[in-house]
Ligand binder design. Structure first.
Ligand code: BGC
Length: 531
């Protein structure tokens, strides 16, 4: 038994499990807490610990070791591997196989990062105009918008948000699309018909932002490759989600025409370029993470057979959250990341996203805390059951902890006492804050690696470019953007300053409406499928 202080300690069972022990007597009131030195020692361990992350292989390869700290050299190695993966995704065609469960033909994605051609051709002219509806099914909310696109970078937007319940995220697919249609109906009844903005018999074009990987062969079609962000909705993977939504729209007899199926990153790319034409890349750092950019059709070998004009450009939805999935060769995963992955509903998948996005950062920190509770370092003698439920530690808590302006770290006291009913000392709170910083900083630096891979693939470094970024992590996590910029300098040196991220224009509302407008214009010009 290792005694860490009087009456407290931990024992390791033959099974390898560690049990924390604390004995208190009737005349002891104070709870035992870790000392400042203990917390500092633990922090050092997380800053520089070396963890073997390949489950069944003990490797001496330095790439196999990992910590929460990313050196510039390690970042450059990641960028190189990332760049090769992007190229591969553009080159290698996907295959259609028979799914062994449903026996339906389904797409077998041979590329880790699918690099999905979106059939959004080029940037907007800025002259797009008209009223458009947009429905945005993201990771947390359903949003319905009416966008009045006015041209010359101007627009007006009216919107409503509905929170998705955990049940809806696991229920039947058609039911989810019925819910989207029902919300759209309420919105139309309240905003359009009340304003008499729709003439009898008239339909409005609708852009559907569906923020999950979909294989597309045209703009208004998309087969769901896989759910991400913890969604497990049934009867949807491998099916055309645009078709499913159309069925629900018809059921509610809605006066709309689904014109375009859009990923949130593609929408962000187009909306951001509409207001800032220097934008060449768009990223989302929210519940999930991903990027889109504009590619030359001639450099997308896997769609050569479609006979699309080689001089055209097409937006690519990278789905970069899938980088390093299954093989886990390139990313520095700690044992906490491995647990997050293995206990998720999609083990092995979205390896990059699981180190970066808002859905997972809080959980990574919670797992570290739980380990220290089990080892008898934290919260001895206190009831910690509230901290023991997966995903109870919201990533928003990391933001709040990092931005606590008080010397006593009062915000952190509040989080632990109010949400988890445990008392903390200043040393512990300083430790939690430092840990949040390690996890948040790693997420931002890995994000810089993804951006750097696109920049370097497209040759944007010398002339520089703007990167439109959106999502709760980017918008609300203190210092996230600065840490990305610092990472870009670590990767590229001083030239890294030529790449500047900024808070993007609303992609899933405005972007989706502009894409619907671009599509309508192409359709009117007889260019429906491709050039
Ligand atoms: C999805 C992407 C999406 C991103 C951001 C990821 O989980 O796979 O399609 O763009 O989240 O919402």
């Amino acid at each position: 038994m290792v005694l860490s202080r009087r009456g407290s300690g931990s024992i390791t069972l033959a099974s390898g499990q560690t049990l924390a022990i604390h004995t208190r007597t009737h005349d002891e009131e104070d709870l035992p807490h870790a000392t400042k030195k203990t917390m500092a020692d633990h922090l050092r361990k997380y800053e520089s610990r070396c963890v073997v992350h390949l489950q069944f292989r003990v490797s001496t390869n330095p790439k196999a070791r990992s910590s929460f700290t990313l050196t510039p050299q390690r970042m450059r190695m990641i960028v190189e591997a990332f760049k090769d993966t992007l190229e591969l995704g553009l080159a290698k065609p996907d295959q259609v196989v028979l799914c062994h469960v449903s026996l339906r033909p389904c797409r077998f994605i041979t590329n880790a990062v699918p690099m999905i051609p979106t059939f959004v051709f080029g940037f907007p002219t800025g002259q797009e105009q008209g009223d458009y509806l947009a429905v945005d099914l993201g990771g947390t909310n359903l949003r319905v918008c009416l966008v009045y696109v006015q041209g010359e970078g101007k627009f007006e937007i009216t919107q409503t948000k509905y929170r998705l319940t955990e049940e809806q995220k696991q229920d039947d697919g058609q039911k989810l699309f019925d819910f989207c249609a029902e919300c759209l109906k309420t919105f139309i009844d309240n905003n359009l018909e009340a304003d008499h903005r729709l003439n009898p018999g008239e339909t409005l074009p609708l852009g559907f932002t569906f923020s999950y990987p979909c294989f597309q062969t045209k703009i208004d079609h998309g087969e769901l490759i896989r759910w991400t962000k913890g969604f497990g909705v049934t009867n949807t993977e491998g099916r055309d989600v645009a078709e499913m939504f159309r069925k629900s729209l018809a059921k509610y007899e809605l006066p709309v025409t689904l014109t375009a199926l859009i990923n949130d990153t593609t929408g962000t790319l187009i909306a951001s370029h509409y207001v800032n034409p220097k934008t060449k890349i768009a990223c989302i750092f929210g519940t999930g993470c991903n990027a889109a950019y504009m590619e030359h059709v001639v450099d997308i070998p896997k769609i050569k057979n479609l006979g699309i004009d080689d001089t055209a450009d097409m937006a690519i939805n990278c789905e970069w959250g899938a980088f390093d999935s299954f093989d886990h060769e390139h990313l520095p995963r700690t044992k906490y990341d491995t647990i997050v992955d293995e206990t998720s509903n999609k083990p092995g998948e979205q390896a990059f996203e699981k180190l970066i996005s808002g859905r997972y950062l809080g959980e990574i920190l919670r797992l570290v805390i739980c380990e220290l509770i089990d080892e008898g370092v934290l919260f001895l003698g206190q009831n910690t059951y509230k901290l023991e439920n997966p995903y109870v530690f919201d990533t928003a808590f990391l933001s709040l902890m990092e931005s606590d302006p008080t010397d006593e770290l009062l915000m952190i006291i509040g989080i632990f006492s109010h949400f988890f009913a445990v008392e903390t000392t200043l040393a512990e709170r300083q430790f939690f804050r430092a840990l949040a910083k390690l996890i948040g900083r790693r997420a931002a630096r890995l994000s810089a690696c993804g951006i750097a891979a696109i920049v370097s693939k497209m040759g944007y470094l010398e002339e520089g470019c703007a990167v439109g970024a959106d999502g709760s992590l980017y918008n609300k996590y203190p210092g996230f953007a600065d840490r990305i910029h610092e990472g870009l300098v670590d990767i590229f040196g001083e030239k890294g300053r030529n790449i500047v991220t900024y808070h993007a224009e609303d992609g899933s509302g405005v972007g989706s409406a502009i894409i619907a407008a671009m599509t309508k214009a192409r359709r009117n010009a007889g260019l429906y499928v491709h050039l």
